[in-house]
Ligand binder design. Structure first.
Ligand SMILES: Nc1ncnc2c1ncn2[C@@H]1O[C@H](COP(=O)(O)OP(=O)(O)O)[C@@H](O)[C@H]1O
Ligand SMILES: Nc1ccn([C@@H]2O[C@H](COP(=O)(O)OP(=O)(O)O)[C@@H](O)[C@H]2O)c(=O)n1
Length: 228
């Protein structure tokens, strides 16, 4: 089986990571791995076992029995833990609030990252777009395509508010700022590491953002074919 072409996409909340990655994967016939949903599923699992994600021992214990099953099809966004479909449960405010605890448990991050690498290696697909906070730096620093999607914080908050149907943009912006601040204590997803291509979507609409990502991927695939 030829090696799966790995596209890593990083960036802060609301930069367009999941929607842009999904559409780019669709157009390329690639798989799409939303790593955030796996973090969320583990948070759900820890809570379901009666633990608190602020307790690293509970997160470790949760990971020991964690059996996520995630679809790589960009049009089928389901995730299960064991036999339980948690697609909806991972988006509740309770689970969302608990994810930070999982994200900060470094011993478990390393194991989750191995899991992501394994999922891509086992995928019977020409390529997979893997999206999440530290993909281009920690999970796949050698991936043939690494992209940092960014956008101005106000633009990110406005997009997220629109998506949620929330009227109070300031409140959404504050929640986002807090999550960015919490996440950035663990990973730097605001600055492009060496070899990572930054795509700023502040002044791009959705289609233009997808096109920008696809042209970076095309360029790297050409370089790969030419052996550059
Ligand atoms: N370039 C863009 N212009 C306008 N809206 C966008 C753009 N990129 C993404 N969006 C919209 O912004 C919202 C947040 O995007 P999302 O992909 O969920 O971000 P992330 O995964 O980085 O948190 C979605 O509703 C998405 O459709
Ligand atoms: N690769 C990843 C993906 C998510 N996460 C954590 O999981 C949380 C939820 O991820 P998500 O992708 O669903 O977040 P949003 O799309 O809501 O921004 C993030 O806020 C991070 O704390 C992470 O630490 N590393």
């Amino acid at each position: 089986m030829p090696e799966t072409f790995f596209v890593g996409i990083d960036g802060p909340a609301g930069s367009g990571k999941s929607s842009v990655s999904k559409e780019a994967a669709r157009r390329l016939g690639f798989g799409y791995l939303d790593t955030g949903s796996v973090y969320r599923a583990l948070a759900w699992h820890v809570l379901n076992q009666g633990g608190q994600t602020t307790d690293p021992a509970a997160v470790e214990a949760g990971f020991a029995t964690f059996e996520p099953r995630i679809s790589l099809d960009p049009d089928v966004r389901t995730i299960a833990v064991g036999e339980t479909d948690v697609t909806k449960a991972i988006r509740t405010p309770e689970t969302t609030a608990a994810v930070a605890g999982v994200a900060k448990t470094l011993s478990v991050r390393a194991k989750i990252n191995d899991l992501f690498r394994q999922i891509v290696a086992d995928a019977d697909l020409p390529g997979v777009i893997v999206e999440g906070r530290d993909i281009t730096t920690v999970v796949a620093p050698d991936a043939p395509v690494r992209i940092l999607l960014t956008a101005h914080p106000e633009v990110r908050a406005a997009r997220r508010s629109k998506e949620m149907g929330a009227e109070d943009v300031a409140k959404v912006a504050e929640a986002m700022r807090q999550r960015d601040a919490s996440d950035s204590t663990v990973v730097d997803f605001l600055n492009a590491a060496e070899g990572v291509t930054a795509v700023d979507t502040t002044h791009l609409n959705f289609d233009q953002s997808v096109d920008a990502v696809l042209s970076v991927i095309d360029e790297r695939r050409e370089e790969g074919r030419d052996g550059r």
